[in-house]
Design a protein around this ligand. Structure first.
Ligand code: MG
Length: 450
């Protein structure tokens, strides 16, 4: 539908049953927000946007509003412009269409705080250097039943019996996703009570971020139709292993996957190594964009396969950066890095954008990787880790915010307005939630991310 006029696309959608279009964005607290228009107003929305307050640049996760320079009054009207090239008829919600939006101002200039545009800018920066990326999020979630109990409670992690209560749900979910253009690659019952995982095929970074949102919203919708509720919070059941939303990424140039087929460590090409090294180097300061909530740090613990240490390794599930090579036969396509220290509280556009920025910096500086780590870094003494240059990532949102506040790299990549709004929102989240007990945080936050 890419090259057609908004009127033509509206017409096609309407002929296919569309009645209302949900136009949505994710704010800097990681919450998806929406304004909807009837289908006959869609073409107008593409031209002039849908009005929403500037304050959405500084909304906290609890719906209270903080402030940042330029975003400190109730004045100002942002225009949400649906991207019809990504519009999808929702399966399981007849008559509804979903479309991600760009954030413009009333002069129809892109807002510097538009997270999706930041991602797009980084993709274009990479393209200008002849590099493209493929990415996908792998989503873990907890299903609770009508009595708020984890589905399949007491059944074994990865156990086949844990699939039985969700068999129909999983079929309906897979069908819904595929009809919405999302190709499911795998699903399984995960380790913790009520926990499941679903992964989808890689796409270009912007589409991967769009699909992350569509995937989660579809999980919620189909779950509700089966009497379940789905939570993507990093911790849903205190004391158990939490929910991650790891991102897998590969970098390509001239049709070749740069993470395999080279002479570097583990067959990395030189450029592939530079990019991975760039990401590894910047992890501590970009962590608050990857693990964005007070709750994130309850999940990001050593020995939970959450990637709590700044190291890389071949198929090492304790390394923040895990090289997944794939089997020999498919390696040239499949080789990728998995960044594990990410959870479901993220703004997916900020993640893909900052990842590209770090990779490109590594490429430019010809950064090199340290020795791979093949053991659990938590089994080393602090001294041993120091010698290997391995650091434990921040242990609290406050520590991650301190790193962000010092980071000229993140500030430069995001640009001042987006960086300042993001920082303000994170500080506000910390202020609101840090006095709470873990149970209170979970109670307040578990349904906010989707
Ligand atoms: Mg998993």
């Amino acid at each position: 539908m890419n090259n057609q006029s908004p009127e033509k696309i509206s017409d096609i959608l309407q002929k296919n049953g569309a009645k209302i279009v949900a136009c949505s964005f994710v704010d800097s607290a990681g919450v998806s927000r929406v304004k909807a228009v009837p289908i006959n107003k869609l073409a107008g929305a593409v031209k002039n946007g849908i009005g929403i307050s500037y304050t959405f640049a500084v909304f906290g996760v609890n719906d209270h509003i903080t402030s940042a320079p330029g975003f400190d009054t109730p004045s100002g009207d942002m225009r949400l412009v649906p991207d019809l090239s990504a519009a999808v008829l929702l399966s399981g919600a007849p008559g509804w269409v979903w479309a991600p939006v760009w954030q413009y101002d009333q002069e129809m200039n892109i807002m510097p705080v538009c997270q999706r545009h930041f991602a797009q800018r980084m993709v274009e920066l990479a393209e200008a250097k002849g590099i493209s990326f493929k990415m996908t999020y792998e989503v873990e979630f907890t299903l609770l039943d009508e009595s708020d109990q984890p589905v399949g409670k007491g059944l074994p992690g990865y156990g086949i019996v844990k699939l039985i209560p969700v068999e129909t749900f999983m079929i309906k979910l897979t069908e819904a996703l595929e009809s919405q253009g999302i190709d499911v690659s795998q699903l399984h019952p995960e380790y913790s009570s009520g926990q499941f995982e679903l992964s989808v095929d890689p796409r270009d970074p912007l589409t991967a971020a769009d699909q992350f949102l569509l995937l989660r919203q579809t999980i919620c919708r189909i779950a509700q139709q089966h009497g379940f509720r789905a939570s993507f919070a990093p911790v849903v059941i205190p004391g158990e292993v939490g929910n991650g939303s790891h991102i897998h990424f590969s970098a390509w140039a001239g049709g070749k996957n740069l993470f395999t087929g080279g002479n570097g460590p583990q067959e990395l090409t030189a450029d592939g190594e530079h990019m991975a090294a760039g990401v590894l180097k910047r992890l501590p300061e970009m962590l608050s964009l990857l693990a964005t909530s007070v709750l994130s740090y309850e999940r990001l613990q050593p020995s939970n396969w959450a990637g709590a240490y700044t190291c890389w390794g071949w198929e090492n599930r304790e390394a923040a950066l895990r090289l997944c090579k794939g089997t020999r036969a498919i390696r040239s396509k499949a080789a990728n890095f998995e960044l594990k220290c990410i959870d479901g509280t993220v703004n997916p556009y900020l993640v893909v954008g900052i990842l590209i920025a770090a990779a490109l910096e590594g490429l430019e500086r010809k950064s090199v990787l340290p020795e791979p780590t093949q053991i659990n870094p938590d089994d080393l003494t602090e001294d041993e880790r120091d010698k290997k240059g391995i650091r434990q990532l921040s242990a609290s949102l406050q520590e991650a915010i301190d790193e962000l506040e010092k980071s000229t790299f993140v500030r430069k990549a995001l640009g001042d307005p987006l960086y300042e709004c993001y920082l303000a929102v994170k500080k506000f989240d910390w202020e609101c939630y840090s006095p709470m007990t873990l149970e209170e945080m979970v109670e307040d936050l578990r349904w906010r991310y989707a």
